[in-house]
Design a protein around this ligand. Structure first.
Ligand SMILES: Nc1ncnc2c1ncn2[C@@H]1O[C@H](COP(=O)(O)OP(=O)(O)O)[C@@H](O)[C@H]1O
Ligand SMILES: [Mg+2]
Length: 610
């Protein structure tokens, strides 16, 4: 064993130890500073704010001294106007410096929060789908709003306050010592008394605050969920259940709040008890010293004023530490989000046209931390042809589309276009060549026009817009809307029917003019009447493009150039409809079921009195 390995292992232990306990706090502090520095705070502003705070603190320290002079001089001579002016001057300096520095700090805090939010937003836009699989939306939203707010609060309201508090307390203490060291030492007995009361109270408050934070998070998460799925609640008659659920959360928060109040109620009396005790001692003992001539009346007044300047900062420091803990938690969460790996849209070559064969070679895929979903997938998709994907639900069809969209990278194997790996082309140029129509077409807040042109850089001519709408069979209902193309769609497009939204989605895809179309059960959520129209619209969209369609209806499949049967992550059959009917047991079942159902529909219609 050489000594060098010993040193190495020693160092290793040291590093491991620093990642928890005290070291964790220090690391948190460092990452807090790093986070603030990364937002490039204006250094001049910080310096000026700090100087002004110090000036204000210094002025505050001078005031008792001036008061002392004032009082001691009072009996000797008449009021000197100079003294009054000086005293007033210090007050004014203190107030002005204090006000301006807190304005500068507010600006600094706002600067930091805005820049943090910009960085986070840029990050969120660049994070891959996989990130959003792992994190609830509410959690991510709270990172953008609450956590950045907590960091701002620490900077604006507490950070400089903390620094000046310490300076003010130390300054006042030193001045006290010079005024009368004996009385100052008496002051020190107050510290263990105060600590004995405040520390346990503070710890209890901290625990309650943490519980409250968790409870509030789950409460607002639950409320959010219920309110956004209010239709399900009503349709299921689940109001009483949700009412009870909500009440439970409200009552839990109420109990925590009351507990907080109970503990918090002791803080005020404890502090005023300590202050009263100190005042009694100081005034009593100080009075004796004044009458014996060891101390002037001015000294005593100054002493009491300095005492205030110690007690106020000390309570500020306690507030700072609880705020500091909160901000460290927020910083950690923000930093973790900022450190996530993002998608690179621009890296790679520019794909001009995707009218080339798309092939998969030994494609494998597993979502993070789960079983393999796709295994040994091989296929070749010819340009301009229709490839249908059929198979039981949960087999991995949508996952395959996600790989084609490059939402995820395959765990093994690769996808190629025209013999070139997809990964060689930039994400931006690849995705711009693809049109994706899913089971439901989401709408964004905005007008119909905004939705049709969503993600398109150029502003299409009105004729082009109308042509796309016409081909998507969306023109008729759009023209019946109150403001036609300028009609605002409601939140989540609630004012449009499923079929109408699907047709907007198809018109959007038409405007994108992609080479490759991915249709994921685009008509499966529709009633049979809308389905016919949407199917026709899709026919227009598919013209002249490479189409891959995940189909649940036989009618979509029979005419496909190639059918891939995907079952439990593998392609278990491929060929045309006729070929698969011959060779593939499960496909035959699927086809037979599909052939039967229209007849059942007819039977149902025959019975329906309407
Ligand atoms: N984002 C995801 N994270 C983890 N597992 C997923 C995710 N999406 C789908 N899965 C799982 O992958 C399997 C295949 O799903 P999917 O591709 O949607 O099948 P299909 O479209 O054929 O019905 C399912 O078992 C599903 O639970
Ligand atoms: Mg699916």
């Amino acid at each position: 064993m050489s000594s060098s390995t010993e040193t190495a292992s020693y160092r290793g232990r040291g590093e491991a130890a620093s990642s928890d306990g005290q070291g964790g706090k220090r690391a948190g502090w460092r990452s807090f500073v790093r986070l603030i520095m990364a937002s490039k705070p204006p250094k001049k502003l910080i310096a000026v704010a700090l100087l002004l705070s110090l000036a204000s603190t210094a002025a505050g320290l001078v005031v008792p001294m001036v008061t002392k002079q004032f009082i001691d001089g009072f009996s000797l001579s008449a009021l000197k106007p100079g003294h009054i002016v000086m005293l007033a001057g210090f007050f004014v300096i203190q107030a002005l410096a204090g006000a301006y520095s807190s304005y500068l700090l507010a600006r600094l805090g706002q600067h930091v929060v805005a820049s943090l939010r910009e960085r986070l937003w840029r990050k969120l836009m660049a994070l891959p789908v996989a990130y959003y699989d792992r994190h609830q939306t509410g959690e991510t939203v709270s990172r953008m709003t609450n956590d950045t707010g907590v960091v701002r609060g620490l900077i604006t309201d507490h950070l400089v306050g903390f620094v000046t508090s310490i300076i003010s307390a130390i300054g006042a203490f030193i001045l006290l010592l010079t005024l009368d060291w004996r009385m100052t030492l008496i002051l020190l007995i107050a510290i263990p008394v105060l600590a004995g009361i405040m520390v346990p109270l503070g710890m209890m408050m901290h625990r309650i605050a943490k519980e409250t934070q968790d409870e509030t998070a789950s409460f607002s998460g639950g409320i959010n969920n219920v309110l956004s799925e209010v239709r399900l609640v009503k349709a299921s008659g689940a109001e009483p259940r949700e009412l009870e659920h909500g009440f439970k959360g409200i009552r839990a928060l109420y109990r925590l709040g009351v507990r907080e109040g109970k503990v918090g109620a002791w803080i005020g009396p404890a502090v005023s008890f300590t202050i009263m005790m100190l005042l009694v001692i100081i005034i009593g003992y100080g009075g004796v010293r004044v009458s014996s001539g060891a101390m002037t009346a001015g000294d005593l007044v100054a002493f009491i004023l300095y005492l205030m300047q110690i007690i106020m900062p000390v309570s500020q420091i306690a507030v700072f530490f609880s705020q500091f803990n909160k901000a460290m938690g927020a910083t950690e969460r923000i930093s973790a989000t900022l450190e996530e790996t993002e998608e690179d849209f621009a890296a790679g070559g520019e794909l001009r046209s995707a009218s080339a064969p798309v092939t998969a070679e030994g494609l494998e895929f597993a979502y993070a931390g789960s079983e393999p979903i796709l295994r040994g997938i091989d296929f070749e998709i010819q340009p301009g042809q229709v490839t249908a994907i059929v198979g039981p639900s949960g087999g991995g069809k949508t996952t395959l589309f996600s790989l084609l969209e490059r939402y995820y990278a395959p765990t093994a194997g690769r996808l190629l276009i025209g013999g070139v790996p997809l990964a060689d082309y930039s994400l931006a140029s690849w995705r711009s060549r693809i049109g994706y129509v899913a089971q439901e077409s989401p709408l964004m807040a905005g007008t119909i026009r905004d939705n049709l042109t969503y993600g398109i850089d150029r502003a299409p001519e009105p004729e082009e817009l109308e042509r796309a709408a016409r081909l998507a069979y969306a023109d008729v209902f759009i023209n019946e809307l109150p403001k036609k193309y300028d009609t605002e769609v409601g939140e989540r497009g609630i004012k449009l029917s499923g079929g109408q939204r699907q047709r907007i989605g198809i018109a959007r895809a038409l405007l994108r003019n992609p080479d490759i179309l991915l249709l994921d059960e685009a008509t499966s959520a529709l009633d049979s009447q809308s389905e016919v129209i949407v199917q026709q619209a899709l026919g227009n969209l598919m013209e002249g493009r490479t189409t891959v369609v995940i189909a649940h209806r036989l009618s979509t499949v029979v005419d496909a150039d190639q059918i891939l049967f995907v079952d439990k992550g593998r392609i278990t059959g491929r060929g045309t409809h006729e070929e698969l009917l011959e060779t593939h047991e499960l496909y035959r079942e699927f086809a037979l079921r599909q052939l039967r159902s229209p007849k059942e529909d007819e039977a149902a219609e025959a019975v329906d009195p309407r």
